[in-house]
Design a protein around this ligand. Structure first.
Ligand code: ZN
Length: 519
């Protein structure tokens, strides 16, 4: 057993989980099953873990008395010793407890930027099978406790977490590391490896804007068979609920391939003196493909019913505005195509529907069409049929900014009315209480430097105090020209690939990468 402890310590050191003299390990044997007294073997404190030898290891009984001291003079018991015994007390089957300072475990405790959560949840990851009695589509819950000046002072919180989460076989310590145990030393070791993989996976998923705690709305998830009808029904309800909360037809990526941009990991932080965060919507808070794959199809799919519900006057008004749009189009090909479909229709409702379909198909941006689309989207949002897409990091960012007194404002080319509609009806509910101001092109074009000066003026702050995040290179260049303190490139799945201009700006894959430098 003593040799095994020294080998495990060396292994943890080689994994990079035991820098300095950090981390520790204990194994227990004996007990009533084998008619032997319990014995707990404990690694010493303050020794480089790659240098621990069998003679350094302490042997203890279950009352925490040392039965056999370390044969190397001057060594002390591991600082985690009281914690080993808490685990052994509450997990009668546990035979090995390990504590490490793995970087991935440490960072996983910071995935909640408020640092208030007491549990880390993840689901739909194959390696969940490696950490105990979990299936791929179960939700794993790992308790998180706050750090304290010494390991021994963690005891009370560790005990409370183990009792609160009877299924858990690991506890994370915020800004510190992990305690993990198994029914054998082999199980403790393989679980630690699997946990580490999962933590790294969660950190990287966050960086590319994927929520590791959410059931994916499409792809590989499935409903497991269960003999109990009640469980089966509950599972089906859960899936129905989760898929209804995900907007239909939206996969978050679209067809644009910008994977090489996403691979580049360069993490900027919000400067400590910035007071305003100005955000673009499409490609920043919200996937670009939400508009293309959800909002536009919503209009064409609901057009018949919508027009049927309109009175004669309203139809006449919409049609008149849209015919003006067509007349004003400079593209002669578009103009002739639209005119020919309109002329082939008999009555006004038919003409209106045909014109809208053609304009949407040809991707024409026009005033009359926009107004009608806006009304249709409003009724969709109001009825709950439409929900505004936001990336999973957006709400945590808003909570963090609220905590830090950073104002969050929106600047988008969509009208202020449309912006408010989207944020009032998002996948995560009404987010308008977290947003301070909205700006659209009435403050000036987004690619024009003076617009950013106008916004700073109306917010009453110096441009240098503003952080502006956008996926548009031209907008970032204009913002930089206007003296905006920190223009940041938003890199999201489905955004247009960056050129060298975009690459010259600091980049974020998740808005949460901006958090953290304030304290
Ligand atoms: Zn520690």
């Amino acid at each position: 057993m003593k040799c095994l402890i020294s080998q495990l310590c060396e292994f943890f050191y080689k994994c990079g989980w035991a820098p300095g003299t950090a981390s520790g390990c204990s194994i227990r044997i004996g007990g009533p099953d084998v008619n032997q007294p319990w014995r707990v073997f404990v690694a010493p404190s303050g020794v480089q873990k790659e240098d621990v030898v069998a003679e350094d290891v302490f042997e203890m009984d279950m009352n925490q008395n040392v039965v056999q001291k370390s044969k190397t003079s001057g060594l002390k018991l591991s600082a985690s010793t009281p914690l080993w015994f808490i685990v052994y007390k509450h997990r009668p089957k546990a035979k090995c407890v390990v504590h490490t300072h793995s970087m991935n475990a440490h960072l996983a405790t910071l995935l909640d930027p408020t640092e208030k959560s007491d549990v880390l949840r993840m689901t739909h990851l194959e390696m969940l099978k490696g950490v105990g009695r979990y299936a791929y589509d179960d939700t794993l819950e790992i308790p998180i406790i706050d750090n304290r000046p010494t390991e021994a002072e963690l005891a009370e919180q560790l005990e409370a977490a183990i009792i609160k989460y009877p299924k858990c076989n690991a506890v994370l310590v915020r800004r510190h590391g992990i305690y993990c145990w198994g029914d054998s030393w082999e199980q403790a070791k393989t679980q630690l490896e699997s946990f580490d993989y999962l933590f790294e996976c969660a950190i990287k998923m966050r960086q590319i804007g994927v929520d590791f705690s959410a059931v994916p709305s499409s792809g590989t998830f499935h409903v497991r068979d269960s003999s109990s009808q009640a469980t089966k029904k509950r599972k089906i309800d859960e899936v129905a609920q989760s898929s209804s909360s995900a907007v239909s037809g939206f996969n978050g990526v679209g067809t644009v391939n910008n994977l090489s941009d996403l691979a580049d990991r360069n993490i900027p932080l919000l400067p400590a003196d910035s007071s305003v965060l100005l955000l673009d919507i499409e490609g920043c808070t919200t996937a670009i493909s939400f508009v293309k794959d959800t909002l536009f199809p919503f209009v064409t799919e609901n057009l018949d019913a919508y027009v049927k519900g309109l009175d004669q006057m309203k139809i006449k008004e919409y049609l008149c505005n849209i015919l003006t749009d067509i007349d004003c189009t400079s593209d002669t090909n578009v103009k002739s195509q639209c005119k020919s479909v309109v002329n082939s229709c008999k009555d006004e409702p038919q003409k209106l529907k045909a014109a809208v379909r053609k304009l949407v198909e040809l991707d024409v941006k026009a005033t009359g069409l926009k107004a009608m689309q806006g009304h249709m989207w409003k009724s969709g949002y109001d009825s709950g049929e439409l929900k505004g897409h936001i990336f999973a990091d957006f709400k945590p960012l808003l909570l963090w900014c609220k905590d830090q007194n950073v104002k969050v404002c929106i600047y988008s080319s969509g009208s202020i009315k449309a912006q408010k509609l989207l944020f009032r009806h998002t996948l995560e509910g009404d987010l308008t209480p977290y947003l301070s101001s909205y700006f659209d092109t009435t403050s000036g074009g987004k690619k024009v430097a003076s617009s950013y000066g106008n916004i700073a003026k109306s917010l009453g702050v110096h441009p240098s105090k503003i952080v502006f995040v956008s996926d548009s290179e031209d907008e970032l260049v204009a913002a930089r020209e206007a003296g905006i303190g920190f223009p940041v490139m938003s890199v999201r799945p489905g955004n247009a690939p960056m050129t060298d201009v975009g690459k010259s700006f600091p980049k974020v894959h998740s808005l949460l990468q901006l958090c953290g430098s304030q304290q």
